[in-house]
Ligand binder design. Structure first.
Ligand code: ZN
Length: 157
């Protein structure tokens, strides 16, 4: 019984994020823009990050696809906004572990509402949908680190 009501609650959270996605749109001052697709399901998102050093000062996304992919992206943007890249690695790792079926990760409070996606572990075909946003974020942070503003401007002139 407890299991069934928890599942219902989780479904509500997922549907809420699917119908009213948070941080959806584009950023005027994005440093990085990462298009990412999951051809298996037809999901596509473009994630935009506004970085201040290694801090994600703002984040937005556009895209379309299944409820899992879009809700996962919406939840991810809420979780990482205002955080440093160094903190995000751990959260991403825990999320990845959770959707691969790690029971400890599924109760880890660091994942917040994203724990609603724990059930994805029972549907291997949907794991890629849930991870789409996190893969885009990882690529975006790597890209951003590559393009750190040059601190030796003088040397270029
Ligand atoms: Zn999908």
């Amino acid at each position: 019984m407890a299991d069934a009501s928890l599942t219902a609650l989780y479904q509500d959270i997922i549907l809420d994020h699917y119908r009213r996605p948070r941080n959806k749109g584009t950023l005027a001052n994005a440093n990085v823009s990462i298009p990412m697709r999951n051809p298996l399901c037809g999901d596509e998102i473009t994630l935009e990050l506004e970085m201040d050093g290694d801090l994600i000062s703002d984040v937005r996304f556009t895209g379309r696809g299944c409820s899992i992919s879009q809700a996962s992206t919406s939840m991810m943007t809420e979780m990482v906004k205002g955080k440093h890249a160094s903190e995000i690695g751990h959260i991403g790792e825990r999320f990845r572990a959770m959707v691969m079926g790690d029971a400890d990760a599924a109760t880890d409070t660091v994942l917040g509402k994203a724990r609603a996606l724990a059930g994805v572990a029972r549907f291997p075909a949907r794991v890629k949908c849930a991870l789409l946003a996190w893969n885009a974020l990882e690529r975006g942070l790597a890209k951003s680190a590559d393009h750190e503003p040059a601190k030796t401007r003088d040397a270029e002139t």
